[in-house]
Ligand binder design. Structure first.
Ligand SMILES: Nc1ncnc2c1ncn2[C@@H]1O[C@H](COP(=O)(O)OP(=O)(O)OP(=O)(O)O)[C@@H](O)[C@H]1O
Length: 818
């Protein structure tokens, strides 16, 4: 496969301008950046003045107004500190534009027209009418002319959208590289290379080889970088898509789906902060991907505004730490679990009892007694069992509800639609009704008013007796999601609940896996258990949370400082604990972004869907990378979660991660995994073909084979570490995760061992894929998982074959041969 240029690259590359021209251009940008910082400092002084003034005037003005000024000064100070110390590339872009069709200016002080005025280009020559600098936040000069345009503002869109095919008003796009207050370099792309443009009478030069390639060539670390300086046109369309409804994005590996999703969160906040602040949730498949990506939003100035959570930590108080084998994941993720959990919850009501067993009956408990009789024969011997008979003495008569009557009452109570724990009052009322009927009192009091009064006394007498309460606690205990899951670990019981839903093998596997939770359900959870807990929470019902008052938006009250406080507001909101609150809140997000959406199981879609009942959505994924075995079932659950909102679909087509040589190899597996699916177009080529290694010799024993595999893995990982500057990822089948970690311990933290399912979404300078056949055979989705593994490298890839891979004389495993 040939390497391709970036979609936006002009027909001819920018000139290699002489150093003097380059230096002059850098100098010009430096002058502008100095101006920007001066202006920022002025703003801070203004804020300080306001503060002094406020202090002098004591209580003039409301306390609220003083606090607001105080906050402004604080925010401005923090803001400048961040600008000085943290931001690389605060100012990163510039566009030089032709005169527009009309002379209207937008709120950011820039002309709004997208197309140039007629006749503005004459004989291949034109004058630049407007120069805009693009940065991480907007800064206005004292006369309200824009010194820096926020990258998310409409006026910045041409910086990302203009192409040589559709340049609009843009003649030259420049990416400015800076560190702190110093401009380091500039890279230009000409959008109208055929036009000789002049700025202030001088010809517009073009410097460098294009910014995108420079960005892609950088060594990778363990954290993702933002792409704000080099967002490409097709990506920009997604980032700025209207927020209403559902935005669905598909694209192959490395097409920037994750990057785009993160930038979109920042864009939505900019567009409608009031609506989205505190209400955007990004769902990521693994904690590894969360830690890889979570630095991007703060670098875009959106610290603490967006909750990024792994699927295994979406439920408060639950944190997945264990892995299920593929066969168990398939059962736990399946939509069949819905019905099974409902049955299990009802079943658990009959099978369980509270942790504190009811007080033992004594001979003196004559007034009101309760009996614990043996329950079903297959309940665990040690577990407390629910009572099957209720005896009371009321109005001098002995009243009794036997097992059949209690069962009928339970059935009738469960006929209600409310969650099971919330049906308890209904059950209590039905018991009282039944006892009242048995007492025959109704017949003795024909006057309805009197009967009602007597009945009230009867009820009060009974319910205030501690023993009656104990009976209820034992007979209709408050169930917890973990408790129900733990109850499902009993295979015989589970087999009964799962009749016609799971086959006996599935029952066995599921029960065995749930034993990990222990008798009290407190043991370690897997990522799939978390979705089950959430479903159970719904079935059982949780105590209602008090509603939080909506926060006042500081932007509502500010005038004149918008361009400064936009950022400071974000910062202080993060500090004032909004982040913690975000982490506490489980539901009701305004916008949900789902990354790697192809991997959500039906049960996970239900869990995520519950958090976005009123949300708009951005869903990014790649079906070819799905590790879930039943895509149709997942699609149904996804449709249900996203609801009937209209959908807008986008496809990303360019692979920015893998060099063409690696992308071509991966496409062979894609052809096997999903025949007919087009590979994304790789944007660059390195000239380095993937390497094929083979584990030495034919070891006679299993132990010797394992030792040979370990030696070969370590040797190749060491070689790759020497070859690349940044990170090396070693991808192995899931069952080898811990083993591989041990093999690689001692090679330093540039190298990471990953189970195949953990590699999702991540990238490394070099990747070593160990035994493709093992990965492909792990599950029915194994080939797609292998495709993921083969598409993680930004520079170099090695595939190491063991005997099962059946390598040819060149070491190419069977799966990767033509
Ligand atoms: N416009 C861009 N400019 C610079 N780098 C980019 C651009 N778009 C994407 N990249 C880089 O390409 C790499 C792949 O991006 P990302 O991880 O978002 O892709 P993806 O589609 O989510 O991939 P996968 O499906 O494999 O998880 C990242 O390093 C990202 O920073």
């Amino acid at each position: 496969m040939a390497a391709h240029n970036a979609t936006h690259a002009p027909d001819h590359a920018p000139d290699h301008a002489p150093d003097s021209v380059r230096d002059r251009e850098i100098e010009a940008e430096q002058t502008h950046l100095d101006l920007v910082y001066r202006r920022l400092e002025e703003k801070i002084h203004e804020a300080e003045f306001l503060m002094d003034d406020a202090a002098k005037r004591g209580q003039v003005g409301t306390p609220g107004a003083l606090a607001e000024r105080d906050a402004q000064v604080f925010q401005a100070g923090v803001h400048l500190h961040r600008l000085n110390s943290e931001y690389e590339d605060f100012l990163f872009g510039r566009i030089d534009l032709l005169l527009g069709k009309d002379g209207k200016k937008g709120p950011d002080g820039a002309y709004t027209s997208v197309e140039p005025a007629d006749g503005v280009i004459q004989d291949g020559r034109a004058a630049i009418a407007e120069t805009l600098h693009i940065g991480r936040l907007g800064v206005l000069d004292a006369d309200y002319s824009p010194l820096v345009i926020d990258w998310r503002a409409p006026a910045a869109a041409p910086f990302y959208r203009a192409t040589p095919v559709a340049p609009g008003r843009v003649v030259r796009r420049r990416v400015i590289r800076s560190k702190g207050r110093r401009v380091l370099g500039v890279e230009d792309d000409l959008m109208r290379p055929e036009v000789t443009a002049t700025l202030n009478g001088e010809e517009l030069p073009a410097i460098g080889d294009g910014a995108l390639m420079a960005a892609l060539g950088r060594a990778r670390s363990h954290t993702m970088r933002d792409i704000v300086a080099s967002i490409q046109a097709e990506q920009d369309m997604v980032i700025r898509a209207p927020a209403a409804s559902v935005t669905e994005v598909e694209g192959g590996p490395g097409t920037g789906k994750t990057a785009v999703a993160l930038h979109r969160a920042a864009y939505l906040l900019y567009q409608d902060r009031r609506r989205y602040a505190g209400g955007i949730l990004i769902v990521s498949p693994t904690p590894l991907l969360v830690s890889y990506t979570e630095g991007v939003l703060p670098s875009l100035g959106e610290e603490g505004q967006v909750a990024i959570r792994a699927l295994g930590s979406l439920v408060d108080g639950a944190e997945a730490t264990a892995y299920d084998p593929p066969a168990v994941s398939r059962v736990k993720g399946s939509a069949r679990m819905q019905k099974l959990l409902r049955k299990a919850a009802r079943g658990a009501l009959e099978a369980s009892a509270p942790t504190t067993p009811p007080r033992a009956r004594t001979a003196q408990d004559a007034q009101l007694s309760l009996e614990d009789l043996a329950a079903g024969t297959d309940a665990p011997a040690a577990a407390p069992v629910p009572p099957t008979r209720l005896r009371v003495v009321a109005f001098g008569a002995r009243l009794e509800l036997d097992e059949a009557e209690l069962r009928a009452i339970r059935q009738s109570a469960l006929g209600g639609t409310a969650p099971i724990n919330l049906l308890r009052p209904r059950a209590r009322r039905l018991i009282l009704d039944a006892l009242w009927a048995k007492s025959g009192a109704a017949r003795r009091y024909p006057d309805p008013e009197l009967a009602a009064e007597v009945r009230q006394g009867f009820d009060e007498d009974l319910v205030t007796e501690p023993e009656f309460q104990e009976f209820l606690d034992a007979w209709w205990p408050e169930l917890t999601p973990r408790g129900v899951l733990a109850a499902m670990a009993d295979e015989r019981r589970l087999g009964r609940w799962a009749r016609r839903l799971l086959n006996p093998r599935e029952v066995r596997q599921l029960a065995r896996s749930l034993r990990r939770l222990g008798g009290d359900g407190r043991g370690p959870l897997s990522v799939h258990d978390v979705a089950l807990l959430d479903e159970l929470q719904q079935i059982l019902g949780a105590p209602a949370r008090p509603a939080r008052p909506r926060e006042a938006d500081p932007l509502d009250q500010l005038t004149g400082l918008e361009e400064l406080t936009t950022y400071a507001d974000r910062l202080s909101a993060g500090r004032s604990g909004r982040r913690e609150r975000l982490e506490e809140e489980r539901t009701d997000y305004a916008h949900i972004i789902v990354d790697e959406a192809q991997d959500l199981t039906p049960m996970q879609w239900r869990m995520v869907g519950r958090r976005g009942r009123h949300a708009t959505w951005t869903v990014v994924g790649d079906p070819a990378q799905s590790s879930w075995s039943d895509p149709d079932e997942a699609a149904e659950a996804r449709d249900e979660a996203l609801g009937t909102r209209p959908r807008r679909r986008f496809t990303l087509t360019v692979n920015y991660r893998n060099p063409a040589e690696i992308a071509e190899l991966a496409s062979k597996v894609l052809a096997l995994a999903m025949p007919g699916t087009p590979s994304p177009r790789a944007v660059r080529s390195t000239g380095l073909e993937p390497r094929f290694g083979v584990v030495d010799g034919a070891p006679s024993t299993r132990g010797a084979a394992e030792a040979a595999l370990a030696r070969a893995t370590v040797a190749e990982a060491e070689r790759l570490l020497a070859e690349v500057e940044g990170t090396v990822g070693v991808v192995v089948a899931m069952h080898r995760r811990e083993q591989a970690r041990a093999w690689l311990a001692g090679l330093g933290d540039r190298v990471v061992a990953l189970g195949s399912l953990e590699a999702k979404g991540l990238e490394y300078d070099a990747t070593l894929v160990v035994s493709p056949a093992e990965i492909a055979d792990e599950s029915p989705a194994g080939l797609r998982v292998l495709y993921v593994a083969l598409t993680r490298a930004t520079q170099q890839l090695t595939v190491l074959s063991a005997a099962a891979d059946d390598p040819d004389a060149d070491g190419v495993p069977d799966l990767l041969r033509d």
